[in-house]
Ligand binder design. Structure first.
Ligand code: ADP
Ligand code: MG
Length: 431
């Protein structure tokens, strides 16, 4: 990297208001990130860690609550002309054809119609959309739609390209070829872009593409690790060094953060539950058992054609319940986990319940709250209200759904659909 800084977030915090005016919750906490000329930086982090929010702040689309963004040393106070975004969802306007969509960014920057058209057509050509100028988004495959998204971003000739999981909605082969083409354009300097920040859930993608990997930690989002990848290019998946680096990243992502690692950022929020359904968790434990009780998580994700984000909640849930231990990127079944896998259905419930009862979690909190009420019933909105003090409404909902799934399976409490109430049966059990 040259010393030339293009885009810089300095001590950026972002808070969103909680619904109903009940205060705010913190998504990003005093985060520093710098993008230098010539760099590709991959941004990794669990879902909800604030990656998309950070990208929107860097692009000047939303302001930080505190801290500042600088582009070439100048403060960013609105949409930044040197910066363009590519979205996971493509974000195309269905009523505009390909040319119209590619012209959008230029139009927003006040480029006059003739020049706009020229620049858009040139980028359509570069990105391989030739012949599709007057097609509408609905007529295009996912891969072609994302080409439009990329052409629109590049048409404004941005210094900095911010890409938010640009390939994750595409099938594996389409993603691979689009990624390869984009890298050829970058390496061959066929696009004016001087730095790329790429959000991805795909660890291998990060190692193959990036000069640096930044890992965001959760609650609230902060930079947990910032690692330079010194491997020579071109890099290949089969290269042992690439695999070793990917393994290392996998370990970092699966290792729980040491208490205090987030420094003053740690809030007294309840530990969130990993979003794993009991059925999926049981399936995961069975797979680990089938493979001899110990798996390399990175390899397992590959073998199962799963993304990290799909596997991690299962791993986290298994660890939280004491059914597995995670060390150096390997998950091993614990004796408790093995007993669970080998137990018949009803006995599994019993083991699951004991595992939950032995350790404090959101599920035990809910159980305790229900026990503290004379009729042992509380409405879901009671819990949602509590959770929304710590999480967004959507995350509060997901936490409650997961807790209900676990609590129901363990027969610790039930949920009644018609009254939207959680309850404990007076007799103790549910049936
Ligand atoms: P990621 O991209 O890492 O999955 P996001 O940046 O999308 O994470 O979201 C981080 C957190 O901020 C989530 O809890 C999300 O619900 C919340 N959030 C994002 N945008 C808004 C908004 N405009 N208003 C309220 N909450 C938001
Ligand atoms: Mg996101």
């Amino acid at each position: 990297m040259s010393a030339n800084l293009l885009l810089e977030a300095g001590q950026v915090s972002k808070r969103f208001p909680l619904p109903g005016g009940a205060g705010e919750f913190t998504v990003l906490d005093r985060l520093d990130l710098a993008l230098g000329e010539g760099e590709i930086v991959a941004l990794l982090g669990k879902s909800g860690s604030g990656k998309s929010t950070l990208l929107r702040i860097l692009a000047g689309l939303i302001p930080p609550t505190e801290g500042a963004v600088r582009y070439r040393g100048r403060p960013v106070t609105g949409p930044c002309p040197g910066v363009a975004m590519v979205f996971q969802s493509f974000a195309l306007l269905p009523w505009l054809d390909v040319l119209g969509n590619v012209e959008l960014g230029l139009k927003a920057r006040g480029v006059p119609p003739g020049l706009r058209r020229d620049k858009a057509l040139r980028m359509i050509d570069v990105i391989g959309l030739d012949g599709f100028e007057s097609a509408y988004p609905r007529e295009l495959s996912g891969g072609m739609r994302q080409r439009v998204g990329i052409a629109r971003a590049l048409a404004v000739e941005p210094d900095v390209l911010l890409m938010d999981e640009p390939f994750s909605a595409l099938d594996v082969l389409t993603a691979e070829s689009l990624r390869g083409e984009l890298m050829d354009l970058w390496a061959g300097r066929k696009i004016p872009t001087r730095a790329i920040l790429l959000v991805t859930h795909n660890i291998e993608e990060a190692v193959l593409l990036a000069d640096r990997v930044v890992i965001l930690g959760n609650d609230p989002g902060h930079v947990r690790a910032d690692l330079r990848i010194e491997l020579p290019r071109p890099r290949s998946r089969e290269d042992p060094d690439v695999q070793a680096f990917a393994d290392e990243l996998y370990q970092l992502l699966t290792r729980p953060e040491a208490a205090g690692e987030a420094g003053a950022a740690v809030r007294a929020a309840p530990q969130p539950l990993p979003h794993a359904r009991v059925g999926a968790l049981a399936g995961f434990l069975e797979i680990v058992a089938e493979r001899g009780g110990r798996v390399d998580l990175h390899r397992l994700a590959g073998a199962l054609h799963l993304e990290v984000r799909e596997l991690l909640p299962l791993v986290d849930a298994a660890a939280l319940l004491g059914f597995a231990t995670v060390r150096e990127g390997d998950a091993s079944l614990s004796p408790g986990g093995r007993a669970f896998v080998e137990a018949p259905g009803l006995a599994r419930k019993e083991l699951f319940r004991r595992a939950l009862e032995e350790r404090p979690s959101l599920v035990t909190r809910i159980h305790a709250a229900l026990q503290g009420k004379a009729n042992r019933r509380l409405s879901e909105s009671f819990f949602l209200g509590l959770f929304e003090q710590h999480w967004s409404a959507a995350e509060a909902r997901r936490q409650l759904d997961t807790a209900i799934d676990w609590g129901r399976y363990a027969e610790l409490f039930g949920f009644e659909d018609d009254t939207n109430e959680l309850f404990i049966e007076p007799a103790g059990g549910l049936r």
